[in-house]
Design a protein around this ligand. Structure first.
Ligand SMILES: [Zn+2]
Length: 91
């Protein structure tokens, strides 16, 4: 991971092996939010930093790709997230 980039630069992240099913291990462009506790994907999915890896070569998230091609503004900063019983979810 490059430290020279500003924190708002999206990075390609996906869940680590074993955290979720293989079908959900797609790569989302995401930015760090919540003081570096989570990556928030363009499609709005919150990804806890401890459960993801930076990986540019996986299968891309179709939702993120569709939003990108439609020119829709990223979800970054538009959706809140909350912690429920130790699980971070979109509010
Ligand atoms: Zn996505």
């Amino acid at each position: 991971m490059k430290c020279s980039e500003p924190p708002t630069t999206p990075v390609p992240v996906r869940y680590r092996a074993g955290v979720v099913g293989e079908s959900r291990r797609v790569v989302h462009p995401a930015v760090l939010e919540w003081d570096g506790a989570i990556y928030l994907a363009r499609c709005g999915e919150p990804l806890p930093v401890s459960q993801v890896e930076v990986e540019p070569h996986g299968m891309p998230c179709m939702k993120c790709a569709a939003l990108l091609s439609l020119g829709v503004a990223p979800a970054h900063g538009r959706r809140g997230v909350r912690m429920v019983g130790g699980v971070i979810e979109a509010a």
